[in-house]
Design a binder for this molecule. Structure first.
Ligand SMILES: N=CN[C@@H](CCC(=O)O)C(=O)O
Ligand SMILES: [Zn+2]
Length: 414
């Protein structure tokens, strides 16, 4: 791998100082930039950067020199919440929603997660892998440079393991870091509708030990919601997962104020995700914890549900990340550029706040902050190069229109 010097960078964005772990409160609006810059990468990492006035004259041998002619560079998006392993799309539910059915009504009639789970039972593992790899590739092309992927469409021992093995293969073959999350507690399979404890026992006594043995998961997730998993069931599951060293990243308060946030905080969750239904009490309970609030504005757009109270969370000094939630039901899109625009438009986050939420705070929500999420010396050289931008704000402002011209991963053009 040859060293790479990029020159004539109009805006080099996200040059957070070494050691910046996560941003909260007013710091979220601080996106440090350098204008008229160069950037040097070697062995897959960021070696140095500076102003064009001081471009290095002594370069490592064989350095490739590339001018971006005034284009901007941003650290790759760190997408900390996705469900990209699935067997089939669900556009029939999309049409049902257009005709007036709600997400809950569709789910209660065997659609939703159960619809995906039924198809997962018979899905071929290598076909699942190929389809997920194609989605991953699309996301990388849209600027994503780190990704979390959940199971949760298996809902049986065999199918959850099948999904996690697909994620493991994606991890092994992906050019970007991937974190795996066990989400067997996504919904109750029909057979367990009246015997929740039997399904929980399967997760605790069979699935968790098997997942641990094969090293298939980094995190544990529960959909804590009315009609899905109760607070008590979530508590029980998170305690069991902790025995296997799996920290929580949970779905909470998507459809109602569920108590999921408080139980996640009790178990020291890395993040609580969704929060479309969040009142002042929930925000109050999150202050003085390190748990990140991961907001998913494309899900609100697609389901026509309320948007999370990002301003309330930021004003209460809670670190906010944003992520795609790419899945076949509530968010069939993994485009983080759109997520960043929606965060500005509908979460009323400033462009700087949105970009930080999708980069450095997204990395923190996957415990990858030491290697990703900013343009910092020593970090992995994952970033994207855009056309010339009149300002940082132009990126989210030009919503739905890609400004990306090149992707660099591990210090090489992708
Ligand atoms: N809410 C739970 N899980 C997914 C949707 C799953 C589905 O509908 O397939 C979400 O994050 O939105
Ligand atoms: Zn989700």
């Amino acid at each position: 791998m040859k060293p790479l010097l990029i020159r004539d960078i109009g805006i080099l964005a996200g040059i957070h100082p070494e050691g910046t772990a996560v941003l909260q409160g007013s710091m979220m609006a601080n996106l440090p930039v350098l204008n008229d810059a160069w950037l040097l990468c070697a062995n897959g990492f960021i070696l140095d950067f500076g102003n064009m006035n001081n471009i290095p004259t002594q370069l490592p041998p064989d350095t490739n020199i590339f001018s971006v002619n005034g284009g901007a560079i941003f650290p790759s998006w760190c997408d900390s919440h996705s469900h990209i392993v699935f067997a089939a799309s669900r556009e029939e539910e999309f049409v049902m929603k257009i005709k007036g059915k709600s997400y809950e009504e569709i789910a209660a009639n065997g659609g939703g997660i159960l619809n995906s789970a039924e198809k997962m039972q018979t899905a071929d593992e290598s076909e699942l892998y190929d389809a997920a790899f194609a989605r991953l590739n699309d996301m990388i092309g849209q600027g994503t440079g780190a990704l979390e992927i959940k199971s949760g469409y298996g809902l049986t021992l065999e199918s959850e393991l099948k999904m996690l093995r697909v994620i493991k293969r994606l991890k092994e073959n992906s050019p970007i870091p991937i974190k795996a999350t066990l989400l067997a507690a996504h919904t109750y399979p029909l057979a367990y509708k009246e015997s929740h404890q039997a399904y929980i026992s399967m997760i605790v006594e069979e699935l968790l030990p098997a997942v641990y043995q094969e090293g298939l998961a980094d995190y544990f997730d529960v959909f804590c919601e009315k009609g899905f998993f109760s607070v008590e069931e979530t508590d029980q599951l998170l305690a069991a997962a902790a025995h296997y060293g799996l920290k929580p990243k949970i779905h909470a308060n998507q459809l109602s104020v569920s108590g999921g946030v408080e139980i996640a905080l009790k178990h020291k969750a890395i993040s609580v995700d969704h929060l479309e239904a969040t009142d002042a009490l929930v925000i109050g309970s999150m202050t003085n914890h390190y748990t990140i609030a991961t907001l998913l504005p494309s899900c609100s757009l697609f389901l026509r549900i309320p948007y999370a109270n990002a301003r309330g969370l930021i004003d209460a000094n809670i670190p906010v990340a944003i992520a795609s939630d790419y899945n076949p039901g509530s968010t069939p899109s993994g485009n983080m550029n759109l997520v960043v625009s929606l965060a500005c438009i509908n979460l009323r986050m400033l462009p700087e706040e949105s970009i930080n939420a999708a980069t450095i705070n997204g990395a923190a929500a996957m415990e990858l902050g030491h290697e990703l999420g900013s343009i910092t010396k020593g970090k992995r050289a994952n970033f994207f190069i855009t056309r010339t931008l009149s300002s940082i704000a132009f990126l989210p402002y030009s919503f739905g229109q890609s400004q990306i011209e090149h992707i660099v991963l591990n210090g090489e053009f992708y």
